[in-house]
Each structure stands twice: as structure tokens, then as C-alpha cells.
Write a protein that binds this ligand. Structure first.
Ligand code: ADP
Length: 501
């Protein structure tokens, strides 16, 4: 068990927590500094001030974390599967008790509003551990009717040390969907957090280290090339699960290919939302607000960033969508009144502004800027971007082809069903898609033909444990969040044959 003596008490002051966690990784059940002693600044994007310093993980720290994971793996994989599940479910219970502090900490480091986003994410974090914790008994094998004189069976075995590399947009949830199934399946884990959001995930792991044996779960903070790359390349890392950009996904995949180890990649999207002429307009508009994740400043892989609206509804849809987004409040992420917080970092801010400027220069396109920047002087340096709805943009424009990861969507007019299906599929990505219609035949046809890992009709729900998540085309490789994903991506099937002749 972990070395933590007294149970951790929830700490609702995120500044105090960031200070407590500053400069630290979690290796072998203990909070430790980087081997080099180096740290890097973590900035609160709503105020532009340093909120803490994270441990600057490098190859030496990766070595230490992987060594701890290798050592812990011996006894962890020997535990009965349901006992591992029980401990993982216990993590879910502990995380539930810490939901509010984790929500506040992630809001401070990412700029995501507490009420609309961060609290929801903290809830899913706990839920993922509860869900996967119940699945230990499902790590079943099979018997194979190969030969009556040969008892042939399969067993599921863990892969070993899993390297989990996560992004900053929903860091706790995406971490949970990777590590909960990996742990239940009997693997041990080294997480590499995103440089923009290292604290909430570290805190979550510290909380879990109270029940997990030391070394079963380790987490490092650091930058991609210095910390992520050596983790992927480490000879004792047997599997990498990654969520991030297509570009980095390719780098990770190349290294994994050299080592001949499996990878799971979740790489983003440019998700189409199709609003047919017979759709319920009010429901579709509400669905666009949720789907575009305006409350997360559009920083979502599944953001409905291409909204195809039938000519007959187009103008009414744009007016209603703008009115709804106008009514959303931009402000301090920690303020309960805030709907929309900030972009995560200055680099992302500049990128998003670049796309908006390009959109405004595009001939025939119009930018409808929504809501209003906060007026509070304390937020003057905050990375706030007003949501923008572009109209008159075509599906072949850069804004409709590239993942912006900001509060920017394109509403594209269409008239013919066949044409809109073709346009929706004319994308490098294939993560999620929705269709809004009252016609059952159209709905069913679209669900068959839209090229995406998740297709929804008349709704735009977010990812949840037990819903298979992952894309086709450049959106990634492999699925997450389900029992099948746990079996397929975190175990291998061993065949055992007993000669009875
Ligand atoms: P984004 O640009 O959206 O932040 P990235 O793909 O750069 O997406 O980052 C996702 C995660 O991948 C982060 O944790 C980041 O540090 C990590 N990362 C970046 N470069 C590499 C790399 N070369 N090898 C491994 N991990 C990396």
C-alpha cells in the first residue's frame, strides 16, 4: 500500500493544492521531485499568472517511473482480477469524495468553467473508475473445440507497463478512460500529463495512491520531446495509449512501430452535424451548443465544427444559434455564473485567432461573433476568445478542414441529402457525427453512411464510460471506454493446449 499515512482531505483552494503539488511527480507511491530538480511554470490562463511549477520530467524520471511500474507489476498481475477491480472501484469512491477540489483545480489550470465543464469532468473521472472496477470478472478466456483429445483454452494476460500520454482539454477524464481499464486488466501504468494541465491529474493519482499498491500507478509531468518521447521509446513499456494531435500521434506511432508494440491513438476530429429541413429547430440549435462544446471554448475532439443546415432552416438556425451563444456568460472559470472560460494557452490562443482572422478574410464568408468578453479588470490578461459562427464558408476551406480546437464553427448551407452526406464524409477525420431529422428512413440511412466512430441522431451527448469511443481515418486507431476496449487493447490472448491423449 501507499506510504500516505492519514487519508487525504479534500482541499478546495486550488492555489494551495497547486503549491503543494509543485515540482512533483508520483513515482512508486510517493510524490518526488525530478531527478534534475528542474521545474516549469504552469500559468492560470484566466489571469495570466503563474499558479505553480510542475516537475520537469526527463528520461531519468521516465526510467524511475517505469522501474517502479515493472516492479509493482509482479504482484499486481498476480492479484485476483476482481480484487484489482475492487481497488480500482475504491479509487472511484475516493475520487467522488474529491470531486469538488479536482474540479476547481482543473478549472484553474485549464480555464474551463467550473459549473459547465470542470465539475462534469471530475464526475466522469470518478465514474470511469467505478465502471471499470466492476469489470474485473469479465477478463475471461474461452475453451476452443479444437480436438477432443486436446483441451484448448485461452486466457487474457496483461501486457505489462502501459505508457499513457494525455492532452490538456479533458485531462482527468481522458486519463481515466486509459488507466482504469489498463489497471483492472493487470497492467501497471506510467502517465505523462500535458504540460498545460499537470496538477489535477497528479492530484487524482495521489488520491488513488492511497489504495493502489505503490508503483502500480505513476505519473510524470513534462514536455513531449523530453518526457513523452522517452516514455514511448522505453524498452520496458509494452503498450502506449495516446490522445493528442495527429502530428504527435504519427511520431508516437512510428516509435511504437520500431519497438513492435501496440498503440491506441485518439487524434481528434472535424465532426459534422447535419440538420435536415424537417428537423426540430430548437432541439438542433440546443444540440449545436452542446455539440460544439462552446462551454469548453470548442476545445473538444468531437466538437461539431461543421454544421450543415438545410437551406430552408439555415437563416433561422443561425439567428437562433447566435442568440443562444450570445446569452452565454464569459468570465472567471471559478465563478459559478460563468458558462465559458478561456483558451488553455497563449499558443492555442494565437492559433485560434489565426483561424478567425483567416475566416474573416475569406471571400463570401461572414463572421458572427457571439457573447461578450468579460469586463472584470482581474481577467484583463485572460485568454478569452468570443465564440464565432461562420456562415458562407465552404467545406473545402481550411476552417472546415482543419481541427481548430477553439470556439469556431462553420454553418454550411445545403439543399440535397446525397450532397450533404458526401460533404460530411469529405474530411480527413472520422470521430463523431450527428444527424437531426424527424424522418426515420433518413436517420437510419445516415447512421449507416456517415464515416465516424460515433453517430448520434437528434442528440449530441458527450463521451461516457460504456460507450465505445474512437475514430476512423485520421481520427485514430482503436477504441476506448468499454469492456471490449479493455480486453482488446490492454490484454493479449494466450492459447493453452493440454494433450489428453
Ligand atoms: P496539443 O498540440 O493538442 O497539445 P500534442 O499532440 O502536442 O497535442 O500533445 C498531446 C500530448 O502528447 C501531450 O501530453 C504532449 O506533451 C505529448 N507529446 C508531444 N510531443 C510528444 C512526443 N514527441 N512524444 C510523446 N509525447 C508527446
Amino acid at each position: 500500500m501507499s506510504t500516505t499515512a492519514a487519508p487525504l482531505a479534500p482541499q478546495l483552494d486550488p492555489y494551495a493544492l497547486a503549491a503543494e503539488l509543485s515540482g512533483k511527480h508520483l513515482i512508486g507511491g510517493r510524490l518526488v521531485a525530478s531527478a534534475s530538480g528542474k521545474t516549469f511554470d504552469v500559468v492560470n490562463p484566466a489571469k495570466g499568472e503563474v499558479m505553480g511549477r510542475a516537475g520537469y520530467g526527463e528520461a531519468a524520471d521516465v526510467d524511475a517511473a517505469v522501474a517502479a511500474a515493472v516492479e509493482a507489476g509482479v504482484t499486481w498481475k498476480a492479484l485476483p482480477a476482481r480484487e484489482r477491480g475492487r481497488l480500482v472501484a475504491e479509487c472511484g469512491r475516493l475520487l467522488t469524495a474529491h470531486t469538488e477540489e479536482l474540479a476547481r483545480l482543473v478549472a484553474l489550470e485549464t480555464g474551463k468553467a467550473l459549473r459547465t465543464e470542470s465539475r462534469v469532468e471530475a464526475g466522469v473521472l470518478a465514474d470511469a473508475f467505478t465502471f471499470f472496477g466492476g469489470l474485473g470478472g469479465e477478463l475471461k478466456g474461452e475453451t476452443v473445440p479444437f480436438n477432443p483429445k486436446m483441451l484448448t483454452l485461452t486466457v487474457r494476460e496483461p501486457l505489462g507497463v502501459v505508457g499513457a500520454i494525455i492532452p490538456w482539454n479533458v485531462p482527468m477524464m481522458l486519463m481515466a478512460l486509459k488507466i482504469a481499464p489498463a489497471l483492472v486488466a493487470g497492467n501497471t501504468v506510467v502517465v505523462k500529463s500535458a504540460e498545460e494541465a499537470p496538477f489535477a491529474v497528479l492530484r487524482a493519482c495521489q488520491i488513488m495512491a492511497q489504495v493502489l499498491p505503490a508503483g502500480v500507478l505513476n505519473i510524470l509531468s513534462g514536455f513531449g520531446p523530453e518526457c513523452g518521447a522517452p516514455l514511448v521509446a522505453h524498452p520496458r513499456v509494452a503498450k502506449v495509449t495516446f490522445t493528442g494531435s495527429v502530428e504527435t500521434g504519427r511520431i508516437v506511432s512510428r516509435t511504437a512501430a520500431d519497438k513492435l508494440i501496440p498503440v491506441t491513438l485518439e487524434l481528434g476530429g472535424k465532426s459534422p452535424m447535419i440538420v435536415m429541413g424537417d428537423a426540430d429547430l430548437a432541439a438542433a440549435v440546443a444540440g449545436a451548443v452542446t455539440g460544439m462544446r462552446f462551454t469548453r471554448q470548442g476545445q473538444s475532439c468531437t466538437a461539431a465544427s461543421r454544421i450543415f443546415v438545410h437551406d430552408s432552416l439555415h437563416d433561422a438556425f443561425v439567428t437562433a444559434l447566435k442568440a443562444k451563444v450570445d446569452a452565454m456568460v464569459m468570465g472567471d472559470p471559478l465563478d459559478e455564473r460563468t458558462d465559458i472560460g478561456t483558451i488553455v494557452s497563449p499558443q492555442q490562443f494565437d492559433r485560434v485567432q489565426g483561424y478567425i482572422a483567416e475566416g474573416k478574410r475569406t471571400p463570401g464568408a461572414a463572421a458572427h461573433e457571439c457573447s461578450a468578453l468579460p469586463t472584470d479588470a482581474a481577467l484583463a490578461k485572460g485568454l478569452y476568445v468570443r465564440p464565432v459562427i461562420f456562415t458562407g464558408m465552404t467545406n473545402d476551406s481550411r476552417l472546415a478542414r482543419e481541427e481548430i480546437f477553439g470556439p469556431v464553427t462553420c454553418v454550411i448551407r445545403f439543399t440535397e441529402y446525397e450532397d450533404v452526406i458526401a460533404q460530411a464524409n469529405d474530411s480527413d477525420f472520422g470521430l463523431a457525427a450527428t444527424i437531426w431529422t424527424r424522418d426515420l428512413k433518413t436517420a437510419l440511412d445516415a447512421t449507416q453512411r456517415l464515416q465516424a466512430g460515433l453517430v448520434q441522431v437528434n442528440q449530441n451527448l458527450v463521451v461516457q464510460p460504456n460507450l465505445s469511443y474512437g475514430g476512423v481515418k485520421s481520427s485514430g486507431l482503436g477504441k476506448e471506454a468499454t469492456l471490449e476496449a479493455m480486453l482488446e487493447h490492454f490484454t493479449h490472448k494466450k492459447t493453452i493446449m493440454l494433450n489428453m491423449a
